[in-house]
Design a protein around this ligand. Structure first.
Ligand SMILES: O=C(O)[C@@H](COP(=O)(O)O)OP(=O)(O)O
Length: 259
């Protein structure tokens, strides 16, 4: 029987989601549509009667802005929020800022899928000369993490995302859920995929086929040991959600006009 309900989300659309560029640890804000998606997400959760006691976000603006907007729509702005780099999007290393369709043209769609969705392949690390290295790695927020900024990742596979996320899940989030707090996690496509993989026991090969749309709440019902009692559920119009997932998958394909 379900004892706890955990709601997770990938933030609303960001500016670089529209441009089809890997955003990762670059701190892009939500686009105009992304702001609306986050509000719609809050309205959806309100219509279903969700109440939260604690919200977790990454330390990237798009996840924090999404959490604010969801809480505002829920009339629950007072709910405490905790932010950790451990919920950040996957560090995409040297791929940060690059356009996925152009990469598919130059390296093949299969290679782009491996970079985006495989479990244990890391993209090449970000070099100091990379155009976004300074912006990311000298940012003051990364001096506030629970590890020295020198040893923060310079690129990550999904497995490495899970490795850095799990201590935070086990020691902080899971404890709060077991203490009865109703938790919302406003994070990113790949940090959410990593957590879903862990909680649902999704295999290394099956996780390749899971992509998450922006701004759609994902509900996971858990038993007293935080094991799911049924598969995760996307809340909302299922046809619209299927189309949004396909759009995310297609981002890694060559654009017909580029052929
Ligand atoms: O880093 C990014 O650009 C996307 C994920 O990209 P894909 O893994 O879908 O290519 O992360 P998010 O928008 O969830 O923060």
């Amino acid at each position: 029987m379900s004892k706890y309900k955990l709601v997770m989300l990938r933030h609303g659309e960001g500016a670089w989601n529209i441009e089809n560029r890997f955003c990762s640890w670059v701190d892009q804000k939500l686009s105009a549509d992304g702001l609306k998606e986050a509000e719609e997400c809050g309205k959806k959760l309100k219509s279903l009667g969700f109440e939260f006691d604690l919200v977790f976000t990454s330390i990237l603006s798009r996840s924090i802005q999404t959490a604010w907007l969801v809480l505002r729509e829920l009339d629950q702005e007072w709910v405490p929020t905790q932010s950790s780099w451990r919920l950040n999007e996957r560090h995409y290393g040297a791929l940060i800022g690059l356009n996925r369709a152009e990469l598919a043209l130059n390296h093949g769609e299969e290679q782009v899928k491996i970079w985006r969705r495989s479990y244990d392949v890391s993209p090449p690390p970000i070099a100091v000369s990379h155009p976004y290295y300074q912006e990311i790695h000298t940012d003051r927020r990364y001096t506030t993490c629970d590890i020295p900024k020198e040893i923060l990742p310079k690129s990550e596979s999904l497995k490495q995302v899970l490795d850095r996320l799990l201590p935070y899940w086990n020691e902080v989030i899971a404890q709060e859920i077991k203490n009865g707090k109703r938790v919302l996690i406003s994070a990113h496509g790949n940090s959410t995929r990593a957590l879903l993989k862990h909680l649902e026991g999704i295999s290394d090969s099956d996780i390749v086929n899971i992509s998450l749309p922006t701004g759609v709440p994902v509900l996971l019902e858990l038993d007293e040991n935080l094991h799911p009692v049924k598969p995760h559920e996307f809340l909302g119009d299922q046809e619209v959600i299927r189309a949004a997932i396909k759009k995310v998958e297609d981002q890694g394909k060559v654009k017909p006009s580029d052929n």
